[in-house]
Ligand binder design. Structure first.
Ligand SMILES: NC(=O)C1=CN([C@@H]2O[C@H](COP(=O)(O)OP(=O)(O)OC[C@H]3O[C@@H](n4cnc5c(N)ncnc54)[C@H](OP(=O)(O)O)[C@@H]3O)[C@@H](O)[C@H]2O)C=CC1
Ligand SMILES: Nc1nc(=O)c2c([nH]1)NC[C@@H]1CN(c3ccc(C(=O)N[C@@H](CCC(=O)O)C(=O)O)cc3)C=[N+]21
Ligand SMILES: [Mg+2]
Length: 360
């Protein structure tokens, strides 16, 4: 039975001997877990660590001793999680006649925002989750957003509410997010959820989907986090900041790099784990990476591409061709973090519904 994907479903902390330990709880027993695939130390024989489950190439060395990084297949893992969520949703429907419901408030005509929302709606449908989108004009007022939030808040069939970001410039994003009902904040962006993520000894009701998806990729690929040097590039409320907090919960030593950072390249090169969330294609070159590092590329930057379905395609922050020669594992864009974000959103929505009905 699926109740949580993150190992230690709620990441608990145990005090003792000066150290806090993330506690593994039994709440995530039903989830398929692969044995360690990627080690932070470069090893010659990857075949012994290679897990068949995801069917991807393990990192290997070529004749000139260059690494070929393993591909971290976010799409495959997300599909697996989504099918487990679908099973849970049908169990819920059968036993109490209810399904989870997700509301999305979209106030942007930007095509990639429209695409993300469309992808979320499709993913909901496939999992048997009800979804309801309120589209507002770019020029909408704060009151209109509040009104949409209130409607969804009062609707008992809606368990999760997501305000697609960024909001148009003239709106106060922080204020909008602070007005979300805590127990429906499946994006984890409410200041109380963020604050509880940041504070030791406290648990957020929801952890933001993208950071949760990044950690889940690391865990599923067996990447050790505890004690390792992690560098997060970007410090936004929606990705960089919560990712740095979550990595600390898993006992990484975290450095945050941002637009004002001097010598980002040198800092990044110290990292065992690099998470980049900037939105600048090719920012992270091969020279930014320590040999054997694990690289999670969150960036999704739309570039014109007349050959692709919607006239654009997405590129990440990482120069993939260079990174694969230095890193031990890399997430692709697309097919890496993006699909995990959606899977975690469905999971948070399922969790919200379970709480609402006290159904476990
Ligand atoms: N795959 C997914 O599921 C998701 C992908 N994304 C993508 O991730 C990217 C980041 O999104 P988001 O966090 O919302 O973006 P923001 O624009 O809110 O934040 C960007 C961050 O990058 C930092 N930055 C800017 N330039 C540099 C630089 N040259 N070197 C180092 N840091 C820099 C900024 O620093 P400062 O704070 O100093 O300004 C800021 O902290 C985007 O491409 C977005 O589309 C976002 C969410 C989910
Ligand atoms: N309140 C809020 N919550 C969010 O979670 C949120 C947001 N606002 N604003 C925008 C960012 C961006 N984001 C993505 C989600 C999925 C993909 C995704 O599925 N990407 C696919 C490809 C999609 C495609 O090709 O168009 C992939 O990377 O494989 C990408 C980006 C969520 N965001
Ligand atoms: Mg953004």
């Amino acid at each position: 039975m699926l109740t949580a994907v993150l190992r230690g479903g709620s990441v608990g902390f145990r005090k003792g001997l000066g150290a806090w330990k993330a506690l593994s709880t039994s709440r995530c027993d039903g989830i398929l877990r692969s044995p360690p695939l990627v080690s932070l130390d470069v090893v010659e024989d990857w075949s012994t660590r290679f897990d068949q489950d995801y069917g991807e190439m393990p990192a290997s060395l070529n004749q000139s001793n260059e690494l070929t990084a393993a591909l971290i297949d976010g799409k495959a893992i997300a599909d697996e999680i989504r099918s487990e969520i679908a099973t849970e949703v049908s169990r819920m429907k059968t036993s109490i006649g209810k399904v989870p419901g997700l509301a999305v408030i979209l106030a942007s005509q930007r095509r990639e925002c429209q695409t993300y929302v469309r992808n979320k709606v499709i993913a909901c449908e496939e999992a048997g989750i009800r979804s309801d989108v309120t589209e507002l004009q770019d020029c909408c007022s704060e009151d209109e957003i509040l009104c949409a939030i209130t409607n969804f808040n009062e609707n008992p069939d809606i368990h999760g509410i997501l305000v697609q970001l960024p909001l148009p410039q003239h709106l106060d994003e922080g204020r909008m997010l602070s007005l979300l009902p805590l127990e429906k904040d499946v994006d984890g962006f409410h200041p109380l959820n963020m604050g509880n993520l940041a504070m030791r000894g406290r648990e957020p009701l929801f952890i933001s989907c993208t950071p949760k998806g990044c950690i889940e990729l690391l865990l599923r690929y067996g990447v050790e986090i505890e004690g390792k040097r992690a560098v997060v590039i970007g410090r936004s409320n929606i990705v960089g900041l919560p990712t740095s907090l979550l990595l600390q919960r898993y006992h990484a030593t975290v450095t945050v790099v941002h637009a004002f950072t001097e010598n980002p390249e040198e800092i990044a090169r110290e990292a065992d784990i690099v998470v980049s969330a900037v939105g600048m294609p090719n920012l992270v070159r091969g020279s930014w990476l320590k040999r054997g590092a694990v690289v999670i590329d969150v960036g999704t930057y739309p570039v014109e591409d007349p050959n692709s379905e919607y006239g654009y395609r997405l590129t990440g922050d990482v120069c993939y061709e260079e990174a694969v020669k230095v890193a031990s594992a890399v997430t692709p864009v697309p097919g890496g973090v993006g699909p995990m974000t959606i899977a975690m959103l469905l999971l948070n929505t399922l969790e919200a519904a379970k709480r609402a009905y006290n159904f476990y």
